[in-house]
Design a protein around this ligand. Structure first.
Ligand SMILES: Nc1nc2c(ncn2[C@@H]2O[C@H](COP(=O)(O)OP(=O)(O)O)[C@@H](O)[C@H]2O)c(=O)[nH]1
Ligand SMILES: [Mg+2]
Length: 275
């Protein structure tokens, strides 16, 4: 294939891709970065990295670890010897799911090859096999959400309490923020580079999981085209959930803050920076 031939998947010429010009089509794994926040995911992370590289040998992975006491960062450093496309950002500030994503996005958007960014958990709740479809669906969308609550989507191995919690959170967020996404709390999202760059991500106010809601709110407010792709969400394989009473509380009041004046925050986002 010559440099001038149109790449069917990327919908652009390879010369354009090298220059990082705007693209309208789907995205190839070699131009995608999977950003994975980790806290005490020593057992899951190597398995997930291997699964991702097994499926998409050219994909880029950024693990954003909050200086996990279990040594997740050390494990990733070990894997980097074998996988040159594996990046690590070790944050030394207070653990924060949202700040990990803010820093992670900044890091991958600094790379010229990066045309799409995928968010996912380290614990195999999000099936790596779905990434192919998320990237393909970028054709015609600015962002694609892996969705449990769209037709064909489901959850597996969740007890009734967890199902009710998730459904109620989803219903509540819909009522407060009116998002045009069925799965408002999903953490499996694929975003086109240009869409992400157009959002005030570094000014987001969340510290915890509500970052995922805030991100979808920003996309909606900016009039971005959001698609949904059905996924089966699975309970984590190893380790423990970081969900806590404090995080549930943040999830309750944060949608109101996001809606009414979230972006009045005057704290400098440079506080998040650790790189
Ligand atoms: N860097 C970082 N990652 C976090 C933090 N809290 C959770 N995570 C990661 O975010 C992902 C989702 O968290 P998880 O505990 O699985 O939440 P749950 O799926 O709602 O139970 C996992 O990969 C966690 O390791 C944090 O404070 N900092
Ligand atoms: Mg999880």
């Amino acid at each position: 294939m010559t440099g001038k031939m149109v790449d069917r998947l990327a919908g652009t010429t390879s010369a354009q891709a090298q220059r990082g010009e705007a693209r309208a089509g789907a995205c190839q794994p070699k131009n995608a970065a999977v950003v994975i926040p980790t806290f005490n995911e020593r057992d899951n992370t190597p398995k997930l990295v291997e699964a991702l590289i097994g499926l998409y040998p050219e994909i880029h992975i950024l693990v954003v670890d909050d200086h996990s006491p279990d040594g997740t960062s050390d494990v990733v450093r070990g894997l980097q010897q074998r996988y040159p496309n594996l990046m690590l950002l070790e944050r030394m500030a207070n653990p924060s799911f949202a700040a990990a994503y803010r820093d992670g996005f900044r890091r991958v958007l600094a790379e010229p090859w990066c045309e799409a960014v995928i968010t996912m958990d380290a614990d195999f709740s999000h099936n790596p096999r779905e990434i192919r479809f998320l990237l393909e669906k970028l054709e015609g969308h600015d962002a694609v959400v892996g969705s449990r609550y769209t037709e064909g989507g489901s959850v597996r191995n969740w007890n009734l309490r967890r199902r009710l919690l998730s459904r109620s959170a989803n219903f509540y967020v819909h009522r407060v923020l009116g998002l045009r996404v069925r799965d408002t709390t999903s953490g499996f999202i694929c975003l086109r580079r240009e869409a992400l760059e157009g959002l005030a991500v570094q000014q987001t106010v969340s510290e915890g999981y509500s970052f995922l809601v805030e991100l979808k709110y920003l996309l909606t407010q900016a009039g971005k085209r959001i698609g949904e792709h059905p996924i089966t969400f699975e309970e984590r394989r190893e380790g423990q959930s970081k969900m806590s009473a404090g995080k549930v509380w943040e999830a309750i009041w944060m949608p109101w803050r996001i809606r009414f004046g979230g972006r009045c925050r005057n704290r400098s986002r440079n506080q998040d920076r650790t790189d």
